[in-house]
Design a protein around this ligand. Structure first.
Ligand code: HPA
Ligand code: ZN
Length: 342
């Protein structure tokens, strides 16, 4: 088996499952705490890193929400996004659809406009400087009431040109997709793309995937590896050409296994599966690390790695002309780096 690490590093990449708040590295968390005069529960960066020892979604989410308390001003959100975007540029990310969790901030008294305004500044800078294209997906918190979700959707409407889609995240236990049926019906009517987390190995993962397909009418599913437990739902996913945004290192922390074997199975079945980083500052791996892990564990070949990136572009919420340009970029890389290339 040849070492494909350099092939992966050089590949043009797209990332579709990345929570911007999950890119808050301990170093920046410290700097922002100092800037805003906020006390931290740890004395050093090392202590914070050592405290990140999750064994499920709930224990991760506790650290994730605690971490974001240092985010207060538009400059904080800009700095957060800028740190990620520089990293993404270094890793060859050409396009990213970025999740943000406004309710995790508005519920602390930080205004919606502060959050999205700061993020947007960094995104425009990345486009100007690097030609790195990004769009925002607003996630609603599923462990909050549906009425709060609807209020947040309405609050977002003045910013609709800055938001490409609506997602659903946070604690899945007891919070099925159908709880948000009306909110997502409205989101769809407003013209947004629609996606939802069906986290790995949750209490009712398969039933939640069924609701995503049959009740909500999602355009894709975040995580969703448990679809393999249902041949009917797997067939339906393929029939509709829907994609899954899988996050291997996140899976290792929250479900005890990267599920690399399932990524390979889904590829073999012709499902549009993609590989993403989820919350890289907490799980300790950006998109390249996630691709390397899956490649090694499932012994993926170059063609399969390219397929993962083509899948991401094919399911991205992009106009056809722009989509084709990114697909051509992947083809060029394949031609130059693949068999017969240099
Ligand atoms: N699942 C649920 N909620 C989240 C996640 C996730 O992967 N990341 C950040 N919030
Ligand atoms: Zn996620």
């Amino acid at each position: 088996m040849p070492d494909l690490t350099e092939f992966i590093r050089g590949m043009p990449k797209a990332e579709l499952h990345l929570h911007i708040e999950g890119t808050l590295e301990p170093e920046l968390r410290f700097a922002l705490a100092e800037r805003n005069g906020i006390p931290l529960p740890a004395a050093s960066v090392g202590e914070i890193r050592a405290s990140y020892a999750f064994n499920d979604l709930t224990s991760f989410l506790a650290a994730y929400y605690e971490g974001m308390e240092v985010l207060q001003t538009a400059a904080d959100f800009r700095d957060l996004a800028w740190a990620y975007l520089q990293r993404a540029q270094d890793e060859g990310v050409r396009y990213a659809e970025i999740f943000f969790d406004p309710q995790a901030h508005t519920s602390r008294g930080v205004a919606f406009g502060t959050v999205i305004g700061g993020l947007r500044q960094a995104m425009q800078e990345a486009w100007r400087r690097f030609g790195l294209r990004t769009q925002l997906i607003m996630c609603l918190l599923r462990d909050q009431p549906a009425s709060y979700g609807m209020a947040t959707l309405l609050e977002a409407l003045p910013y609709r040109d800055w938001i490409v889609g609506i997602g659903l995240d946070s604690d899945e236990k007891g919070n099925p997709p159908e709880k948000f049926a009306r909110v997502f019906q409205r989101a769809r009517a407003e013209g947004f793309g629609v996606t939802m987390h069906c986290d790995t190995d949750q209490e009712n993962s398969v039933e939640h995937i069924r609701q995503c397909l049959e009740v909500i009418g999602v355009d894709r599913i975040d995580h969703g590896v448990n679809v393999l437990e249902s041949p009917e739902l797997t067939a339906e996913l393929r029939r509709r050409g829907l994609g899954l945004t899988i996050c291997p290192i996140s899976n290792r922390w929250c479900a005890g296994d990267t599920k690399a074997g399932q990524v390979k199975q889904l590829l073999d079945l012709g499902i549009r599966v993609t590989v993403n980083s989820d919350d890289p500052a907490y799980f300790g791996g950006y998109v390249t690390d996630n691709l390397i892990e899956v490649q090694r564990a499932a012994r993926l070949q170059e063609e399969e790695l390219l397929r993962l990136e083509r899948n991401a572009i094919e399911i991205a919420w992009l106009p056809a002309g722009i989509r084709d340009r990114y697909l051509a970029e992947i083809d060029e890389y394949a031609a130059a780096a693949g068999p017969g290339g240099s």
